[in-house]
Design a protein around this ligand. Structure first.
Ligand code: HAM
Length: 411
């Protein structure tokens, strides 16, 4: 779990502002949910035999003995909130969210125990057009960040529950006959969550899968048509993609469309954004059957990518405009009051006050890197007089009104 320090924050703000611009552009509304939920919510939606539920959730009992968990992702909470507030039944909704998520994972570059996601979820729309829209929304963010050429869109369809169950049987039959060739993790999954074997990182398991039945051959007609329609929209919108029939995702709630945006620039943790359709979740959590689709992106991974590609804007806009100090002891209260006045006159400027010892004050002020330095020199009955430094140029004995005028004329 990382601290995000002031020197790192401008990059986070940059990313989030870009995202905000995009979701506004697509008319999505923000939703914020609590960081904790009942553990049962995640067990039921993400799936009992997923890594997240089996070994990654931070679960505890509250003082009342209720089992609660730090949220490992946002989707389940949003479905819970949507049902609770009556936002989903017979309606269409488009939400966006951001915030910390928690998973007890093995930390490494791009994988943390507290990480931050920004994402979207759209409810009440079952067609391929909304699947395409959420993918296009993500592509729009990549374009505005200047990273679209470094990302690959992988898509797949998991079909209906029935089609997937049929495929699962065929896959288990194929792999059971070759069980001894599987890696240990896949052997275990063969009996718990066989589709996840398709995701195995083990080279010999992957080689074995080359001869295995293909998920796309088992798709029901409706899912096939849905997948073709999605591809047609992506083609028309000039969005390049790769069909990866082994893309199954690590959460159990998906059906039909699943997708990931990946990069080869970040090593093992190369998925920066992932999502898909989860038409069964609302009903499963107690609401009326409601189609849904969404995605979440990992902010840490995106920031690593922006940094690696060198496309973060320089912090030029971050520099200090005015450094304000007393020159003599006893004038410090005037500094605070003058700063208030300047800030209300120039709300766009960065103005910092000096609230410490006054020895070598001009040097200290210069070290701040401020464009302009204002030192309060004297206080008289009518007010203060100040000296303004702008580079080498010095203007002395300014009243407050003169100072504001001088600053204004230079802005
Ligand atoms: P997910 O694939 O578990 O999906 O996570 C989405 C993204 O969050 C990942 O692609 C990655 O960028 C980031 N991420 C996940 N775990 C970590 C971690 N430990 N450290 C850093 N980044 C991480 C979901 O969470 C689904 N709720 C996505 C979704 C929304 N599907 C439909 N709607």
């Amino acid at each position: 779990m990382n601290d995000i320090l002031p020197e790192q924050s401008p990059a986070w703000q940059y990313l989030e502002e870009k995202f905000l611009g995009v979701v506004n552009n697509y008319s999505y509304g923000e939703i914020r949910t609590p960081l904790v939920e009942q553990t049962e919510l995640f067990n039921r939606s993400i799936g009992e035999v997923t890594d997240i539920v089996e070994k990654e959730m931070y679960c505890f009992e509250d003082r009342n003995g209720e089992r609660i968990a730090l949220r490992p992702e946002g989707t389940a909470s949003i479905v819970r909130a949507g049902i609770e507030h009556g936002l989903l039944f017979n309606q269409t909704q488009r939400f966006w969210y951001r915030g910390p998520m928690f998973r007890y994972e093995k930390p490494q570059k791009g994988r943390y125990r507290q990480f931050h996601q920004i994402g979207v979820e759209a409810f009440g729309m079952g067609g391929a057009d909304i699947d395409a829209e959420v993918i296009l929304l993500s592509a729009s963010l990549w374009r505005s960040l200047g990273i679209i050429d470094s990302l690959t869109l992988e898509i797949n369809s998991l079909g209906s529950n029935e089609a997937r169950a049929q495929y699962k049987r065929a896959l288990v039959e194929f792999l059971s006959e070759r069980e001894e060739q599987l890696d240990d993790d896949s052997k275990r999954r063969l009996h718990t969550n066989p589709l996840r074997i398709l995701d195995s990182k083990d080279a010999s398991t992957q080689a074995l899968l080359d001869g295995a039945p293909n998920l796309l051959d088992y798709l029901d007609e409706d899912s096939q048509a849905h997948f073709s329609a999605l591809r047609a929209i992506l083609d028309s919108a000039n969005i390049k993609y790769v069909i990866n029939s082994r893309l199954v995702r690590g959460l159990d709630y998906y059906n039909k469309t699943v997708f990931e945006w990946t990069t080869d620039k970040l090593g093992a943790q190369g998925t920066v954004c992932a999502g898909g359709r989860y038409d069964g979740m609302v009903e499963q959590l107690g609401g009326k059957s409601t189609p849904a689709v969404g995605f979440a992106m990992g902010e840490e991974r995106l920031l690593l990518l922006l940094e690696t590609l060198g496309v973060l804007p320089s912090s030029a806009g971050e520099s200090l405009d005015i450094y304000l100090s007393a020159q003599e002891k006893g004038l410090q209260p005037q500094v605070i009051l003058l700063a208030e006045e300047l800030r209300s006159q120039f709300p766009g400027l960065k103005i910092r006050t000096h609230c410490a010892g006054l020895k070598n004050i001009l040097n200290k002020a210069r070290q701040s890197g401020a464009q302009k330095i204002v030192l309060i020199k004297t206080m008289q009955a009518g007010g203060i007089t100040a000296t303004l430094w702008h580079g080498q140029q010095i203007t002395a004995d300014l009243t407050v009104a003169n100072l504001i005028e001088a600053l204004d004329s230079e802005n």
